[in-house]
Design a protein around this ligand. Structure first.
Ligand code: PMP
Length: 292
């Protein structure tokens, strides 16, 4: 496996960064997780746009242009001859001293890993997930806006630990106002009648690339797509529910806090959306040319 470290392809064993890197010491950095489907890097441009927006928010200047970053991603996937897989693109503040001042970090670090992906086992796509809401609140936007995909994921990890401790596979996080935000690494949607509803971005959620794709699919199949505030009441009384994310794709939810959704089986409209999503994954993105 070849890793792209600051533009150089190096064997995995040689892909090392300093223990003084502030990405490690302080979670000071940003990242993206991106999928490759049949040689197509799904919505790569949208992921790169979000990466540069996250970097701008934390006042981190990525040393190469978006176009160059796209080329680096393509170069990495092509060198690893991957036609289906997952890319992790990370940009950190770089090496500094033991204080947290980012001014001391003179050179931004970036690296790109292209690897195979481990999914939820197939049975969960077929039978759906049983999930819970957890006590830990989603970060407030005034402290660390959840729209920033930063390396600081402790808020989400604490929620995941609560789910693990309760024997549940995923957690739904509620925001400071009591409204539903998102899962630990996925956005959430509910279906009520012909309405496809997801929490608005101001509820404290990542502007998910899969979320945007599903919104487009909803419009295409003539559902009323609504972004609004949701409470636990809306979740428990939903006709259908599912999560969306680059790694999880579209996965049905069949139980929330012991309340069965759609009688405990994946819903009909959810299945249609999953089918449509699969078609989209081959179409939208940047196609790879592999060096023979
Ligand atoms: N919310 C959070 C907190 C996430 O980490 C992710 C995964 N990146 C998502 C939502 C889903 O976003 P996307 O569809 O862009 O992967």
């Amino acid at each position: 496996m070849l890793i792209n470290l600051n533009g150089n392809l190096v064997p995995k064993e040689e892909a090392k960064i300093s223990v003084f890197d502030h990405g490690l010491l302080y979670g000071d950095g940003v990242f993206e997780g991106i999928r490759i489907y049949s040689g197509n890097i799904f919505k790569l441009v949208e992921h790169i746009d979000r990466l540069y927006d996250s970097a701008k928010f934390i006042n981190l200047e990525i040393p190469i242009s978006k176009k160059e970053m796209i080329d680096e991603v393509v170069k990495t996937v092509s060198a690893n001859k991957l036609s289906d897989g997952y890319i992790r693109l990370v940009v950190t503040r770089g090496e500094g001293d033991l204080g947290l001042d980012p001014k001391k970090c003179k050179k931004v670090t970036y690296f790109i890993i292209a690897d195979k992906i481990i999914l939820y086992p197939n049975e969960f796509y077929k039978n759906g997930l049983k999930i819970i809401t957890v006590a830990i609140r989603r970060n407030v936007s005034e402290a660390l806006d959840p729209r920033v995909k930063s390396l600081n994921y402790l808020n989400n990890i604490l929620a995941k630990i609560e789910a693990n401790n309760a024997g549940s596979l995923e957690a739904i996080m509620i925001n400071q106002q009591g409204y539903v935000a998102e899962a630990t690494g996925d956005n959430i949607f509910i279906i009520k009648g012909n309405n496809l509803i997801t929490p608005s971005l101001f509820c404290g959620v990542l502007n998910g690339i899969t979320r945007a794709t599903v919104i487009d699919i909803g419009k295409k199949i003539k559902m009323n797509v609504i972004e609004q505030t949701l409470t636990r009441y809306d979740l428990y009384t939903a006709d259908e529910c599912f999560l969306t994310g680059t790694a999880a794709e579209v996965i049905p939810v069949v139980e929330i806090d012991t309340r069965k959704i759609n009688g405990g089986v994946p819903g009909k409209k959810t299945k249609i959306i999953i089918r449509e999503f699969k078609k989209f994954t081959k179409k939208l993105g940047v196609k790879i040319k592999y060096n023979s």
